[in-house]
Design a protein around this ligand. Sequence first.
Ligand code: CMC
Length: 436
Amino acid sequence: MPKDSLTITDNRTGKTYEVPIQYGTYSKDGASIRAMDLRQIKVATDDFGLMAYDPAFLNTASCKSAITYIDGDRGILRYRGYGIEHLAERSTFLETAYLIIHGALPSRHELDEWTRNITVHTMLHESIKKFLDGFNYDAHPMGILVGTVGALSTFYPDAKNTHEPAGRLLQIYRLVAKMPTIAAFAYRHSRGLPYIHPQNDLSFSANFLNMMFQIDPRYRPSPALERALEVLFILHADHEQNCSTSAMRAIGSAHGDPYSTLAGAAAALYGPLHGGANEAVLRMLAEIGSIQNIPNFIKRVKAGDGVRLMGFGHRVYKNYDPRAKIIKAIANVVFEVVGRNPLIEIALELERIALEDDYFVSRKLYPNVDFYSGIIYQAMGIPVDMFPVMFAIPRTAGWLAQWQEMLLDGEQKIARPRQVYVGADHRDYVVLDRRQ
Ligand code: CMC
C-alpha cells in the first residue's frame, strides 16, 4: 500500500526515519517534506541535527501561497486560479490587482469601491516633490523610486501597525495608487518638466500616460496604448516567490512598515538578472545593432565570456514564458499606433536563431517576459532607464498581496535562514605587534 511518507536511512548511524510528505493543490509539483523533520536526524543527541543546504533556494519552498501558480514546464501562469491569457484579454489592471490582493474577482460594487479608493490616493504629499527635486537630473529613475517609496514611510507613521486589517488596507490603497505618480514624477524630474498631477477621471494606465507625457493640456492618451499598458501591467502583477517578492516577505517578516519593506523589494527588482533585465535587453539589442551581427553575438554568449542573452532563460520556466507570448502579440497593436520599433527585427531574428541552437535548446532557455516588453515601452516613448520602474508599478500589487499573506500565515516567523559554517576554528587573539 503506497504511503505519503519518505523513509530516510542515516548511513552514519544505521537509523531509519519516516517523514510525512505534504502536498499543495497539485501532487505533481507540490510534494514536499518539512525541513524541520530533518532536524531529528542526528549522530549524537547533542548534534544540531540535519539541515537542507540550498544556496539560492533552488529547491526550497519558503511558504504556502494561494496567490500565483506557475507550471514552468508547461508554460502556465495563473493568478488565483485564473489563466494569465484570460486576464490579459478581459481584465483591467485594477481588477487584477483586486483579485491578487483579495483572492476573488470583485463584484461591480467591490470594483467601484476599490477603484475609488485607489484613485483618491494617487496624489503625493507636496514635500515629496521637494524630496524628488534633490535628486540629480541624471539620477536613475529606479533609484529615485526606491528612495521615494522608502521615504513615504516617514509620511505615514501609522503604517507601522501592520496587524490591523483596516490600516493594512489603507497602506495597500496608498502604495498601489502612488507608485505610478512617483514613477511619472521621476521621469518628469529627469527631463526638467513640470509635474503633472494625477487626474481622477482617467483609468490607472491612462492616468500614468498622462502624468508622463502631457505637455499640451489637450493631450489624451491613445486608447490602444492605454489598453496595451493595462495588459503589460496585468502580466507583471505577480510572479510568486521570485527574488523581489522573497525580499518583500523576508523584510516584512520583521514587521516593519510596508513602505520601507516595499523599497527593499523594489531594490531587489532593480538588478539586471531580475526586473532590470528589460533595460538590459534594449541595451543589448542596440549594441548588436543589426541582424548581420547576431551570429557573432550568439557565439560570444555561447563562449561564456560573461555575455548573456538577456531576456532569455528563467529559474522556473523551462518553456516559452506565457507572458512573452502575449507581449509579442501586443507589440503589433502598439506599432500600429506609434510605428514599428526597428529593434523588433533584431529581437525576432535573435529569438529564431536561439531557439534553433542546441546551446539554448538543451538548457531550455526561452524568451522571458523581459525580452519583448522593452521594445514596446520604447515604442511608446518610455525611456530605457524607466523600464524597471514600469515593472515595479504593477508588481506592487503582487508584493503587497504576498506581504499580507505572509503576515496572516500562522506558520510564518521572522525570516532567518541557517548557514553551513566553513570558516576558521577557534583562534586566540594575537596583539598587533606580535602578528606575522
Ligand atoms: N544566456 C546565456 N546562457 C544562459 C542564460 C542566458 N540568458 N540564462 C541561463 N544560461 C545558461 C547558464 O550559463 C547555465 O549554463 P551552464 O549549465 O552551462 O552553466 C544554464 O543556462 C542555467 O543557468 P542558470 O544561471 O543556472 O539559471 P538560473 O535559474 O540561476 O538563472 C536567470 C535564471 C533568469 C537569472 C538567467 O536565465 C539569466 O541570467 N537570464 C538573463 C537575465 C534575464 O533575462 N532575467 C529576467 C528574468 S524574467 C523576469 C523576472 O521575473 O525577473
